[in-house]
Design a protein around this ligand. Sequence first.
Ligand code: GAP
Length: 489
Amino acid sequence: MSNSDQSRVQTASLSPDKVMHKLVSLAKRRGFIFPSSEIYGGLSSCFDYGPLGSEMKKNIKDLWWHSMTRRHANIVGIDASIMMNPTVWEASGHVASFNDPMIDDRTTKRRYRADHLIENHIEKLRRDGKTEQAAKVQKAYEAVAEAPDANRALYELILAEAIKAPDTGSGDWTEVRQFNLMFQCAMGAVADTSNIVYLRPETAQGIFVNFHNVREASRMKVPFGIAQIGKAFRNEIVKGNFIFRMVEFEQMEMQYFVKPGTQIEAFEAWREERFNWYIDVLGINREKLHWYKHDKLAHYADLAYDIKFAFPFGIEEIEGIHSRTDFDLSQHQKYSGKNMEYIDQTTNERYIPYVVETSSGSDRLFLALLSDAYQEDVVDGEPRVMLKLSPRVAPVKAAVLPLMKKGEMGEKADRLRDDLSKSFLVQYDDAASIGKRYRRQDEIGTPFCFTVDHQSLEDNTITVRYRDSASQERIDMARAAEFLGAKLV
Ligand code: GAP
């Protein structure tokens, strides 16, 4: 970008609390994300991806799939069914313990996470400088895990601290109860407990139960991985923050099967690769990404980290990387009665492989990308909104803009659009001034605009206008597809 270009673009300052509001409204107005079944008043935490949103989400999933499967000769993909034999969820531990401790307010009929109420209370005490009391409550909270009746202990702590509901100020509490997050449905004509099936709360179990099928069919040798993208469902009580926490969402998970004893080495390699993927492939700003190491591990894990992203509402998880030991395969061996061992053909060793899991959510990632990309600036004295998305992620790769829609100029632009459409999603726009058309494209993150103008009629060149700098250059029209292809590798 030249100095004169820089002076044409000035970044406006943006208050973070307003960004979410702006994102939600842009997402709806431009067809990225709509509230689900909106004409009936919507459904809490359910959303639909519109024409641009579904393209962008597909780009995210394609980039993940390409990086995980095509770029690794020892990783293959599957697409398992959402409903599975219900014993799967007994074996995995989800029936017994995929629970959140919930508490109800009798007066307002609202439901809350009991643990969140206490954590927020401790946080508030700290903010108010009541450090001694905060430490005392923290200690009591930590002791809950060891209590013979953890629900009772949570309830008593809430009463002892006179904790009120954050939104209503009411505190007419019921006892604390464990609430299972899995959605149940009945399969077949009779609705009784014998035919309960669950909507899967994670895609991972579809991979574990197919361990031998995939290994045999694809002649895989440990270490190898199985990748999957698919819907997961959780009856989340605490919802909100747009598509950050949904009841129906999509996961992109990979289970990497390794020899016991080699899991930490594999874990570290995946940790590095996954973190760099967000920066190198998706173009997310490095300073918005954070590591979080789990000190309290799930009973089956021997190491766990989260990759977190600085959303406008706080730093939150977008991907979990877990060393899950041999827990899942051992459990499926126990509950199915099928041997889950792997036999190393060269050494004749037999073992149940350990698993390193990378588990990311495409909806959360979508929101991370939108909020990372959202910018307001001033170009040539005019304010504009821009999504500074990487060309790989942007839904529309280029816009074709004829200066005049009729005659030879329009015909040339038509031909250019037809040619580019063979390989890329492009938009054709011949309505309104060229400045307005540029801004329409900036707002949806289109990285390049090709303008067909008077000079195009003389020498078959077109203007390329770059979204980020608003700078322009001329290229041969015949080279437009090659130009775009080079920007997308
Ligand atoms: N198999 C491991 C597993 O499911 P998780 O940390 O519960 O781990 C992995 O979920 C990822 O799935 C999260 O990092 C997040 O991106 C996404 N995810 C989980 N719950 C979600 C929800 N309610 N809404 C949107 N995304 C969610």
